[in-house]
Design a protein around this ligand. Structure first.
Ligand SMILES: [Zn+2]
Length: 143
């Protein structure tokens, strides 16, 4: 059985929510490197996060389903600054922080992907993380 990675996660919780949702739709899928990332989160970037793997013949179909989930997720997110539901996921190249600087030193630049941020289409508010599924938490302190 050939397995291919269709998505990676740095969050154990989100990975399991997506896994459960796909499985409840009858899709055979598994998480790879879940234990490693959970025990030692600093390894997340080095090993590429928790990988959602599916049978090769289902990969295209599952990717389409995941895109649907993602759109649903982004559309449901509320901007903590203006209350709009208009987030876009955009690349923000050339931005580094303390953590990526350390990873680059330790593992070389291949360990650090370009940074992506969610940007509010209404007011321009940017955040690295949207509130998690089924959560009302916001990042009000981070502007
Ligand atoms: Zn906004």
């Amino acid at each position: 059985m050939d397995l291919v990675t269709v998505k990676t996660f740095d969050s154990y919780f989100l990975a399991n929510i997506i896994l459960g949702r796909l499985q409840s739709e009858g899709i055979e899928c598994y998480l790879k490197d879940e234990v490693t990332v959970t025990i030692d989160p600093i390894l997340t970037n080095a090993i590429g996060g928790i990988k959602l793997v599916v049978k090769k013949e289902n990969a295209a179909w599952v990717r389409t389903i995941l895109r649907g989930y993602e759109e649903e997720y982004i559309n449901a997110a509320t901007c903590p600054q203006c209350g709009a539901h208009q987030f876009n996921y955009i690349a923000k190249p050339g931005v580094t922080n303390f953590f990526t600087a350390i990873l680059t030193t330790l593992f070389g630049s291949y360990a650090v992907a370009p940074e992506y941020v969610y940007q509010c289409g209404n007011c321009g508010y940017e955040t690295e993380r949207l509130p998690d599924y089924n959560s009302n938490e916001t990042e009000a302190g981070k502007v």
